[in-house]
Design a protein around this ligand. Structure first.
Ligand SMILES: Cc1cc2nc3c(=O)[nH]c(=O)nc-3n(C[C@H](O)[C@H](O)[C@H](O)COP(=O)(O)OP(=O)(O)OC[C@H]3O[C@@H](n4cnc5c(N)ncnc54)[C@H](O)[C@@H]3O)c2cc1C
Ligand SMILES: *[C@@H]1O[C@H](CO)[C@@H](O)[C@H](O)[C@H]1NC(C)=O
Ligand SMILES: *[C@@H]1O[C@H](CO)[C@@H](O)[C@H](O)[C@H]1NC(C)=O
Ligand SMILES: *[C@@H]1O[C@H](CO)[C@@H](O)[C@H](O)[C@H]1NC(C)=O
Length: 534
């Protein structure tokens, strides 16, 4: 019997899987110390990194930002491979903060002096919840939401109430004033809701009532600016994959079942003279593959379905309950991006058309009789719509939760109509009330706001993802993220480390990001390298 080289199979060619393969191959695979392969269910590498093109511009359907460049391994790679500049226009979002205009439903452009107090209140509450500032009064606010585990939403809303109740008489009188068919208090609440909607897309919690408040302070953000990658996020994946020999990554290999041996498996077990490896993978096409170690990097959404979905069990025997509980309790939401191309306009029309601003939308809240009946419900929690770079004719909006799911099922025309109706409501009556100076927005004639084409991501229904990224839901905690990362069976077992777990949802402090996925891939590669003392 020839000496057996350990076989390591990585499931998934996203950031975690490719990083693990890169590390393992560079450290030991190239010296032929083990057999290594990556099996990917889809027809491309990258996973939730999906750089695409729309109207000649490079855009991201999935991961978009480097969340803080200082200390980010993604930023380091991007610099090394010169991915931060490009000839082709890309989604650089250079108008993102500077050129924003905030408009309330009905077409009221809001003076910054109206928006600012609510925005800074919101920021203060978020900074506090994330542990960036300490303030005794806010400690009391948090305390008054309890007892027990509270949601981010209950903390934020309590903070808003306290803000209102701490107003003096004069300020309160102002609050009662009406502006068109808005009350000032209603406006403040709606601006607050707009900020909540931005948080929904940041966290993927469809409803902030399901987002755990105390976990917010555990999440670590890198310092420095946040930027996008000029040559596309995929260039990072391609660079990591470029060291792997051809054939190491197998596409179109969807795993349907992972058989393993929780009670151990004698390393000397033989069958027809061959060593038996403790794990057996079953693929959709009926083929199988045995392995000593499997690194599972599939999304938390795929794991959730795999441990309790109707589609059948992914693991046989099922995972132990400490593992399935963490998988079930943690949150995994849907976030989608919608790109719209404004129709080309003739030169003589350009002077009549304004450049589309980064539009922040303030909608009437649910119980308001002034809600415009033709604005579809799935647009009502969209915080913004704006060009992907200065003067671009391609606009972008982010959607979360059930609105994001709805976006996947609508046809292009319904989406175009819904967005157009919304935009014409917001841009038509601008300047009526709050901005004396006749500035730009109202000049935009209908012709300038005609959409030609759309493209949207569909992360929620894609069976290889079933959502976008994970969050700590009320009822779960950072401990569950650590539990996600624990390998099976325990190291004391006679054949340990049969199933290892990597992926964004296995990182306690950097979950939901590409660098979290990257770190998790390194972690599991190192676990195996240490095990074999390579
Ligand atoms: C819309 C959107 C925006 C985002 N924005 C950002 C951002 O701005 N910044 C940021 O840092 N992060 C962002 N993210 C998150 C980031 O994309 C992910 O955290 C990261 O890419 C996850 O990598 P992963 O390797 O953990 O998982 P994945 O990329 O999901 O990789 C898992 C792989 O497993 C494959 N697979 C699934 N099931 C099977 C199976 N049964 N058999 C075989 N293969 C299977 C999948 O096809 C996939 O390729 C965003 C994500 C989305 C969806
Ligand atoms: C808070 O959540 C944790 C799980 O993270 C749970 O163990 C605990 O019982 C919860 N506490 C309350 C009061 O609900
Ligand atoms: C609210 O005000 C806007 C702008 O004046 C107007 O177009 C709209 O019809 C009003 N809505 C209702 C329901 O009165
Ligand atoms: C990835 O991008 C392509 C467009 O290039 C798109 O067709 C596909 O739906 C995207 N995947 C997801 C899950 O959104």
């Amino acid at each position: 019997m020839p000496p057996k080289k350990p076989r390591i199979v990585i499931i998934g060619a996203g950031m975690a899987g490719i990083t693990a393969a890169n590390k393992l191959y560079k450290s030991a695979g190239s010296k032929d110390l083990f057999e290594l392969c990556v099996v990917e269910g889809g027809t491309r590498i990258g996973g939730r990194i999906n750089t695409s093109e729309f109207c000649g511009d490079r855009i991201e359907m999935g991961a978009t930002w480097i969340h803080g460049i200082k200390g980010s391994p993604i930023h380091k790679i991007a610099q090394e491979i010169n991915s931060l500049e490009s000839e082709q226009p890309w989604e650089c979002m250079d108008t993102f903060l500077e050129e924003s205009v905030t408009i309330a439903e009905g077409g009221y452009e809001l003076n910054p002096s109206l928006v600012e107090p609510v925005s800074s209140l919101f920021k203060k509450l978020m900074d506090f919840s994330q542990g960036k500032v300490v303030e005794d009064s806010l400690k009391l606010v948090a305390k008054s939401c309890g007892p027990g585990n509270i949601s981010l939403s209950s903390f934020l809303r309590k903070g808003l109430e306290v803000y209102w109740s701490s107003m003096n008489h004069k300020e309160e009188e102002k609050l009662a004033k009406t502006l068109g068919n808005w009350s000032k208090k209603g406006l403040q609440e709606a601006i607050f809701a707009m900020h909540e909607n931005i948080q929904r897309t940041y966290t993927s919690a469809g409803d902030l009532q399901t987002l755990d408040y105390s976990a917010e302070s555990e999440y670590i953000m890198f310092p420095g600016e946040e930027i996008t990658i000029a040559k596309g996020y995929l260039s990072i994946i391609e660079s990591l994959a470029s060291v792997l020999p051809p054939g190491l990554i197998q596409l179109g290999r969807k795993v349907t079942k992972i058989e393993w041996h929780p009670d151990g498996h004698s390393p000397a077990a033989v069958e027809n003279g061959h060593c038996i490896r403790p794990v057996k993978l079953h693929f959709q096409d009926g083929s199988t593959m045995s392995a000593d170690h499997v690194i599972v990097t599939v999304s938390l959404g795929v794991l959730k379905q795999g441990v309790c979905g109707d589609a059948g069990m992914l693991f046989s025997p099922p995972l132990p309950s400490f593992k399935t509980e963490a998988i079930s309790k943690l949150g995994f939401g849907v976030v989608n991006k919608l790109f719209l191309q404004l129709s080309p306009i003739h030169d003589q029309e350009i002077k009549n058309c304004i450049e589309f601003p980064n539009l922040q939308m303030v909608f009437h809240q649910s119980d308001d009789k002034f809600r415009h009946p033709n604005i579809p419900w799935w647009m009502r929690r969209t915080a913004s719509l704006g060009p992907i770079y200065s003067k671009s004719r391609v606009l972008l909006s982010w959607f979360a939760g059930k609105e994001a799911l709805e976006l996947e099922s609508l046809n292009d025309e319904d989406i175009l109509n819904g967005v157009s109706t919304t935009i014409s409501n917001f841009l038509s009556h601008s300047n009526q009330l709050y901005n004396g100076d006749a500035n730009s927005v109202e000049k935009s004639s209908a012709k300038c706001l005609d959409f030609a084409k759309i493209l949207r991501s569909k992360w929620g229904n894609d069976p290889l993802f079933l959502g976008s990224y994970s969050y700590v839901a009320v009822g779960s905690s950072g401990d569950d993220l650590d539990t996600m990362a624990e390998p099976l069976p325990k190291p004391s077992n006679s054949s340990p480390l049969q199933i290892l777990f990597a992926g964004e949802a296995t990182h306690r402090t950097h979950y939901s990001t590409t660098h979290g996925a990257y770190f998790s891939g390194l972690r599991e590669a190192n676990r195996l390298l240490q095990h074999y003392k390579f």
